[in-house]
Ligand binder design. Structure first.
Ligand code: B12
Ligand code: SF4
Length: 414
């Protein structure tokens, strides 16, 4: 039996240097598929999707809202060819009714422990329209090493430099922030994987640079310390979402190879200023993620915020516009107030204004979003700032003997 996993293309942030990371949902889903099943994989960001083959099942892995329309198109085409289609992943859970109109089957939940049932139904010609395992979380010890062998790894490179590999050490999140759907997806449960399994998976990856994609590592101090102590001997270098702002934890993170973190910057307070300073004092880089268009944002607030980011010397900044994604508090509130302009999911990229801001017109917010990108990068471009971050990691790798000169030919055509 042959299963073809497809990761539909999504529109990237237009102001950001275009890069493609190896998708993580598909390789984790693939790890839950029995070994005797033949798997092929197409990531539309780096591969051309061909409809000329005839797999036994097409499995769409959909992560973002702005991927949903393309996923529906692919499902329609394969179904017209008589190939059964199943959809799963985060955005399938957020848009399951819509996906059910296009795919033969829709899967809600995490894949571990459930793929055998789907394949048995397929063999019997009785694929169910809905596999509902939402909030029926598998035992976290069932999460195995992601099946990265399905990736065309060489295709994930930035100007010839191999991209980071993605890994997760936990699932879920204890918090419930205003613009985020994680509470809906995971029910405010933090589910750490056994640290030994994370260490074994990291060790198995033929790449010294990783992105630990957990929602936030700052959820349980003892677990975070244990994790950093356990991974330190591997000498990997890694990026992550926030880590706890605590001197002991920051020192352990630095010793464990923390290269840089994504840090949300939502105001110009001393709390944020000191957090960024402490990270940098520990040799950890900071990429700010800055959400524009909150109800207290006007033109002046955004200008002050950008000045602040330059003053605190962030390494990189990613500006997005508040986007009312399904199953978030922001959507519930904006919907109730009649402030959502449209539901064209293709445009829910986090770089377009799709709602009525409180203190500006939508056009003014779009202009200020552009202003933020232009002003932050006016004196030092994204390329230069990224090059500096790469120099930092190369310096760390040279110091501990892990640096490998591994360039992929930029002329290589696929
Ligand atoms: C990694 C990540 C990214 C990476 C993606 C890299 C890549 N190539 O994969 C990057 C950094 C690029 C990224 C970007 C963005 N992201 Co993001 N990202 C995530 C993150 C942290 C992890 C996703 C992940 O890998 N999870 C782990 C895997 C194992 O879980 P999974 O995908 O659910 O897969 C499991 C199951 O779903 C199932 N499964 C998966 N596929 C299939 C298929 C079938 C057929 C079946 C049966 C099962 C199945 O099996 C897996 C194992 O159980 C999530 C938050 C989260 N924790 O999930 C946000 C998240 C997906 N991102 C989000 C957002 C908002 C964005 C951005 C739009 C904005 C931003 N700046 O963050 C940008 C995109 C901007 C753009 N247009 O360019 C939102 C989604 C909102 C939405 N509705 O679209 C999320 C949920 C974060 C949040 N807290 O709100 N992101
Ligand atoms: S924004 Fe991050 S910390 Fe907040 S609820 Fe979402 S995943 Fe958790």
């Amino acid at each position: 039996m042959q299963v073809k996993i497809v990761y539909p293309k999504w529109p990237k942030l237009p102001n950001q240097q275009e890069f493609h990371l190896p998708p993580h949902g598909p390789v984790c889903f693939a790890a839950a598929i029995p070994d005797d099943i033949e798997i092929s994989f197409c990531d539309e960001h780096v591969d051309t999707l061909s409809f000329d083959d005839a797999p036994d099942l097409v499995a769409l892995s959909v992560m973002l809202t702005c991927q949903v329309p393309r996923a529906c198109e692919i499902a329609d085409r394969y179904r017209a060819l008589g190939v059964p289609v199943i959809a799963g992943g985060i955005a399938t859970m957020l848009h399951h009714e819509e996906m059910m109109q296009h795919a033969d089957a829709v899967f809600l939940g995490e894949a571990e422990g459930h793929v055998e049932e789907i394949l048995a139904d397929l063999r019997n010609g009785q694929l169910k329209p809905l596999y509902d395992f939402f909030h029926d979380f598998p035992d976290i010890t069932q999460v195995g090493t992601a099946r990265r062998s399905i990736l065309n790894r060489e295709r994930y490179n930035f100007h010839g430099v191999q991209m980071v590999d993605l890994i997760h050490a936990s699932r879920g999140c204890r918090f419930a922030c205003y613009p985020c759907c994680t509470e809906f997806l995971g029910g405010r449960n933090f589910r750490p994987r056994p640290i030994a399994a994370v260490v074994a998976e990291m060790e198995s990856i033929d790449n010294n640079r990783l992105f630990i994609v957990d929602n936030s590592l700052a959820q349980d101090d003892q677990w975070e310390k244990d994790l950093f102590r356990a991974i330190a001997p591997l000498k990997k270098k890694w990026i992550s979402h926030p880590i706890k702002d605590d001197d002991e934890i920051l020192s352990l993170a630095a010793e464990a190879g923390c290269w840089y973190v994504y840090q949300a910057v939502f105001d110009t307070s001393d709390v944020i200023r000191n957090r960024i300073k402490r990270l940098k004092d520990h040799g950890i880089g900071v990429e700010g993620t800055i959400l524009l268009g909150l109800d207290d944002h006007d033109e002046d607030t955004i200008k002050r915020l950008v000045d602040f980011l330059l003053e605190v010397e962030l390494d990189l900044a990613e500006f997005t516009v508040l986007t009312p994604f399904p199953h978030t508090r922001s959507r519930a509130e904006l919907e109730k107030a009649g402030r959502i302009l449209h539901n064209d999911w293709r445009r829910y990229t986090a770089s377009e204004v799709v709602f009525q801001p409180a203190l500006m017109s939508p056009d003014k917010l779009a202009e200020m979003h552009q202003y933020a990108w232009d002003t932050f990068y006016a004196d030092c471009s994204q390329e230069l700032r990224m090059a500096r971050l790469f120099m930092n990691v190369m310096r760390k790798e040279t110091a501990d003997g892990t640096y490998k000169h591994r360039r992929i030919s930029r002329d290589k055509k696929w």
